[in-house]
Ligand binder design. Structure first.
Ligand code: HEC
Length: 168
């Protein structure tokens, strides 16, 4: 092989190596980014579902008092209302745009993302109403009108938001 031919051959090998390395690094950069995005979406969906499950579990005894199915036990209702108020705040940031995956991954309707301002307003009102209920219950020793009004505001928030933004 002449010297020139050998240099050309070396350059070709080098070029091919660069191409392979180049495309490998493109994949390496792309793939983890995609995986991370879908992991973040899955994580957000799992967290909001778990939070709603705990909210529902803790709101149940309050709903039963409202429906006249259970007696008002102030200590128990205050405990439950405080939990709902705390849990309601954990929903913040659990509806990122990339978690708009539709069913079966999530029962959150696409409208919750396209009408984000309205959805966030309902979420904010829910947090405020839940905190208010915890305060009212702490001051009410019976299932008074004040308690019922505060509890109904929270329950109305569940239904109002579900009717608009949650798949059945
Ligand atoms: C601002 C809107 C909003 C409010 C307020 C709200 N929810 Fe929801 N809820 C949703 C959405 C959206 C989903 C669907 C979550 C998903 O699948 O991504 C959901 C899901 C749920 C689920 C199913 C969780 C699971 O395991 O999949 C339960 C139970 C629930 N909510 C109960 C309640 C109760 C009880 C209240 C009131 C005390 C409430 N929610 C208030 C929007 C709301």
């Amino acid at each position: 092989m002449t010297r020139v031919a050998s240099v050309v051959t070396s350059l070709k090998i080098l070029g091919a190596a660069c191409l392979v390395a180049g495309s490998a690094s493109v994949f390496a950069a792309d793939e983890p980014a995609k995986a991370a995005a879908s992991d973040a979406a899955k994580q957000a969906i799992a967290v909001r579902k778990a939070t709603f499950l705990l909210i529902a579990n803790n709101f149940k005894p309050i709903g039963e008092v409202l429906q006249g199915k259970a007696a008002y036990n102030q200590a128990e209702i205050v405990k439950r209302a405080q939990r709902v108020a705390f849990l309601s705040e954990l929903l913040d940031g659990t509806f990122p745009a990339e978690s708009n995956l539709g069913t079966p991954q999530t029962k959150t309707k696409a409208d919750a993302f396209s009408k984000k301002e309205d959805f966030d307003k309902l979420l904010k009102e829910f947090v405020a109403n839940s905190k208010n209920l915890a305060q009212v219950a702490a001051a009410e020793s019976t299932a008074s009108d004040a308690f019922k009004e505060a509890a109904k505001a929270v329950a109305g928030g569940c239904k109002g938001c579900h009717d608009k933004y949650k798949e059945k």
